[in-house]
Structures are given as C-alpha cells and as structure tokens.
Design a protein around this ligand. Structure first.
Ligand code: ZN
Length: 287
C-alpha cells in the first residue's frame, strides 16, 4: 500500500535521519528499489519526474505498476510514490492518477505566484491525504530540461512557503542536479541552519544527492534535512554495470542477449547504490 510521505518524514526528523527518494525509470528500477527498501527495512520514496512519467506511459501506468509490485513482492515497508519537480498541471494529474505525494516546483515563479499555486495544490492534496513538497530557490543544474542556476534560498521566503502547510520543503543551498563540477563550493550550511530555525520542525529536502561528499550529507541531515533525492547516481551505476557486461562480451555468450540477463548487472548495481545510500542516510531498520 502506498502512503504519503508525511509520517515517514516526521519520524525521520525526530530520529535525525533521512529518507531517500530514488527516481524510477522503468520496471527494473522500481523493483530494485522496492526490494532493497524491504531488505533494509527502510521507508522509501519513489520519485517520478514528469519526463520519466511520460516515458513510462503516463502517471496512471506508473501508479498501477507500483501498487501491483508492492502487492506481488510482499513489500511491507512504507512506500510513497512522489511526483518530482511537478508543474501545476503535472501535480494535478499525478494526484488524480493515485500518487501519494507530489512536489510542486514553483521556484521559477515570482514568490506571490508560487504561493498562490502552492496553496491550491495543498488544498486539493489535503482532501486526499497526499503530501506536498514545495521548492524555494532554484536548485542548480538541469532536470528534465529545466536549468536552475544554483541559487541559495531566502530563509524568509522559505518560512512564507512553509507556513502555507506544505509537508516538506526543498530549499536551494548550493546543491546541484547531476554531477557536481570540479569548482563546486559545497553546501551552504549557514543558510540551511537559518532556514530550519525559521521553519521550525518542517522536514527539509536535499535535492541533487549525487556526488555530495558523505560528511556534507551527514551534516545536512544533522541540521534538519529529512529527505535526500538520489537520481543520477543510480543511472551511473546502472550504466557502468551494463557497459561492463557488454564490453566483456557476455551478451554474445549463450543466451546472454536475453534482456533478463542483459539487464541483471545494472539491476544489481542499482540495488547496491540504494543500499549504500540508505545506510548513509540512517534509514536502515527504521520502517
Ligand atoms: Zn530535484
């Protein structure tokens, strides 16, 4: 059964650990993440960007697949199905399709418009018990064609959005989507601490979890981050394992071309990455 992200993040906040959001792209990705969460007895958030949703034939297909997989695989840990960086319309559609959590990324709107649209989504989500993530201060790098400049969020704006009743808040603190450049200056912990001070117990979300040094991730969690988004790292692990299989010529041995064999190393690689992250975030055994 799918649950909203509210309870798992409230617990994470109180227990000073974070729940990982792992983005899914297909059946193998979903199965790998769900099985790892179950093996680690960890709560988990499955992230779906609008682009990945389209790729998987729409939010309804995704919701049906995830719900059926939870049942078939006997998954008992809390699982939230979350729209990642949703537009206003995307958030509406995901809620209709059965998602249990949505992010409305209004960070590119002026603050007043971001507030108006966020309020409307919170109202509709509230009726259905769906959790809502909002974003203040664009997060750097590229996600589904949206390029953010790596702004640092204004703590006062964070408080304004938090007070609307969002479940969790993503705030830019120098984090970037994708692989970090050589000259990256690191996370801005002063701003993170100030945001948490102003927003009280609001669970904060760290996007762009790929390549942030472990010590920085741990420090961010200690300062109030309760959800960390991981996407690129699973893609890199999957690609590297698949490349190795093909470069070693294994697809040409016997029935090595069978997709169930061809995709197996990548599947195992995603599992290993997810497990490593759950250990780092401290969510193992917290289901
Ligand atoms: Zn993001």
């Amino acid at each position: 059964m799918l649950v909203s992200a509210k309870e798992m993040l409230t617990k994470a906040k109180a227990g000073k650990y974070a729940v990982g959001q792992f983005n899914i792209n297909n059946l193998e990705w979903t199965k790998a993440i769900l099985l790892t969460a179950q093996e680690c007895n960890s709560p988990v958030i499955l992230g779906v960007s609008e682009g990945a949703g389209k790729y998987m034939c729409g939010f309804k297909t995704v919701a049906a697949m995830v719900k059926a997989m939870i049942e078939t695989l006997g998954i008992t840990v809390p699982v939230a199905l979350h729209l990642d960086h949703g537009s206003y319309q995307g958030a509406m559609d995901a809620m209709d399709a059965g998602f249990s959590s949505v992010m409305f990324d209004g960070s590119h709107y002026a603050i007043d418009e971001n507030i108006e649209k966020t309020k409307e989504i919170i109202r509709l989500a509230g009726e259905k018990g769906i959790s809502v993530e909002a974003e203040v201060g664009a997060i750097g790098g590229e996600e589904d064609g949206v390029v953010g400049g790596g702004e640092v969020a204004d703590p006062n704006e964070c408080k304004m959005i938090a007070d609307l009743g969002v479940t969790m808040l993503a705030a830019g603190i120098g984090n970037i989507h994708g692989v970090y450049p050589e000259n990256w200056t690191g996370l801005n912990f002063d701003v993170l601490a100030e945001i948490q001070e102003k927003t009280g117990v609001m669970p904060l979300v760290l996007h762009g979890g790929t390549g942030i040094p472990e010590e920085m991730v741990k420090k961010a969690i200690s300062l109030g981050v309760s959800k960390v988004n991981v996407n690129t790292e699973c893609q890199l692990s999957f690609a590297a394992a698949t490349r190795k299989y093909i470069e070693e010529g294994k697809d040409k041995q016997g029935k090595g071309f069978d997709p169930r064999k061809l995709l197996a190393p990548g599947f195992e690689a995603i599992k290993a990455t997810v497990k490593e992250k759950m250990e780092l975030f401290g969510s193992v055994g917290k289901a």
